[in-house]
Write a protein that binds this ligand. Structure first.
Ligand code: C2E
Ligand code: CA
Ligand code: CA
Ligand code: CA
Length: 426
């Protein structure tokens, strides 16, 4: 590997193949493969760039080498993935000890120039078995275990077992179904949840929320397939479909139900979509094609994505904002935005995550957090939308805090197109 000087994927697979041959020849010969994937890293300090990523990978390879025994090898598998081969071990506990040590050395911050960077890795461990024939098989199992570690909360390790395999094949099934749905484009639908001005009490627009009607399994929640769509890159095509559909629909409603202040449409925009090279052209094109005015479109981007990709986010968001599309920060409060960053992004609105609104009425803590967010936003000339308002008490508190907009079951849930039309006609 040109960057880290570690062995590359091909070399690693050859070594694993050698270990597989030894298990076949020598009874009791055991080895293990570890699959590491870096969890998103946090930078404490200002801007971060590509260089930093490369430097970090080099530093990480040094630390990984430092925990290995003589004869073990670590390879860079590609991107931010590393693999480790532990030859001739007593039992699984050796591999677990190594994983523990890796967790420890990666938990210490990295000092790169003036930046302090925090990262860690999700680690999957697979132990050799006599029925492994190909290096790729044990690697796949380690990868499955890594994926489990990631979904169980990151910065941890998991040892592969059969049950994981079932989980993985269910996931694979879902992936295939999602691919088909994407091709047919008949199983997706958008629902629309009203957004209300807390100051005037009036409807100002809707958030478009995707629904997937699987022919056999029924309705599948976006929480269950959006993460998979992001992982596999399918979110880019799904997102295009959502954006087109939402803009098209809102343009139709503008003509059908004219009002002095045209309703707006909020669309969830995934991080993967923002990193597409031609995202700006794409959005512009969809607006032209559907005839929707840019000022009627709001794109919601999660806080976590924005902070992890700060420099890129500034560039793309500025382009979109220059078009007159509003940018909103979704799930605000769940990430780690610093004030330093926030004012540099062309963000119009912060959407307070539902979890803060949840017990605002009963618990002092969340009330103070929401108060702080509203004050911060207003000082930065941004407005605030509270999501997940369910009770009249929550609404009263939010109004008292001068929160600008609200959305939640207290007003209305996400509704089908026909229901929206009944609402607008009334
Ligand atoms: P989100 O963007 O935070 O969307 C708000 C979610 O909260 C929606 O769930 C909505 O139905 C739900 N909700 C609204 N009011 C209330 C309330 O008063 N109480 C409670 N408990 N929940 C409420 P939904 O539709 O299941 O969507 C879940 C998530 O899936 C969304 O969270 C968003 O992150 C993602 N998502 C949905 N549609 C899309 C899409 O078209 N593209 C992308 N990239 N993500 C989407
Ligand atoms: Ca990664
Ligand atoms: Ca949203
Ligand atoms: Ca949210």
């Amino acid at each position: 590997d040109g960057l880290t000087g570690l062995p590359n994927q091909r070399l690693f697979l050859e070594r694993v193949q050698g270990a597989i041959e030894r298990t076949k020849q020598q009874n009791k010969y055991l080895f293990a493969v570890l699959f590491l994937d870096l969890d998103r890293f946090k930078v404490v300090n200002d801007s971060l760039g590509h260089l930093l990523g490369n430097q970090l990978l080099i530093e990480i390879s040094h630390r990984l080498k430092s925990v290995l025994r003589v004869g073990d090898i670590v390879a860079r598998f590609g991107g931010d993935e590393f693999t480790i081969l532990l030859e001739e071990i007593e039992d699984i506990s050796t591999a677990i000890q190594v994983a523990e040590r890796i967790k420890k050395v990666l938990a210490l911050p990295f000092q790169l120039n003036e930046h302090r960077v925090f990262t860690n890795a999700s680690i999957g461990i697979a132990l050799s078995k006599v029925d492994y024939e190909q290096a790729a098989q044990i690697l796949r199992d380690a990868d499955v275990a890594m994926y489990c570690a990631k979904s169980l909360g990151k910065a941890r390790y998991e040892v592969f077992d059969r049950k994981m395999h079932e989980g993985a094949s269910l996931l694979l099934e879902l992936e295939t179904a999602l691919r088909n749905a994407l091709l047919k484009q008949e199983e997706f639908r958008l629902d629309y949840q009203p957004i209300i001005s807390l100051i005037t009490g009036k409807l100002i627009g809707f958030e478009a929320l995707i629904r997937w009607h699987h022919p056999e399994r029924g309705l599948i929640s976006p929480q269950d397939f959006i993460p998979l769509a992001e992982e596999t890159g399918m979110i880019v095509s799904i997102g295009q479909w959502v954006l087109y559909e939402a803009c098209h629909q809102m343009h139709k409603w503008h003509k059908q139900f004219p009002s002095s202040l045209p309703l707006t449409i909020s669309v969830n925009f995934s991080g993967k979509q923002i990193t597409q090279p031609d995202v700006f052209k794409e959005v512009k094109h969809i607006l032209q094609e559907t005839g929707l005015k840019p000022c009627s479109l709001k794109l919601e981007i999660t806080e976590t994505f924005l902070m992890d990709n700060f420099e890129l986010a500034i560039t793309v968001l500025s382009q979109l904002a220059a078009l007159n599309v509003e940018m909103h920060m979704d799930d605000f409060g769940t990430g780690y935005s610093s004030l330093n960053y926030l004012h540099r992004l062309p963000i119009k609105t912060l959407k307070i995550d539902r979890s803060f609104v949840n017990n605002i009425g009963s618990r002092g803590e969340n009330l103070e957090i929401v108060r702080a967010i509203v004050t911060l936003a207003h000082n930065l000339n941004m407005s605030v939308t509270a999501e997940g308002i369910e009770t009249v008490e929550q609404l009263a508190q939010l109004k008292a805090l001068q929160c600008d907009y609200g959305q939640g079951y207290f007003f209305l849930p996400a509704m089908e197109r026909a229901e929206v039309e009944r609402l607008l006609a009334a």
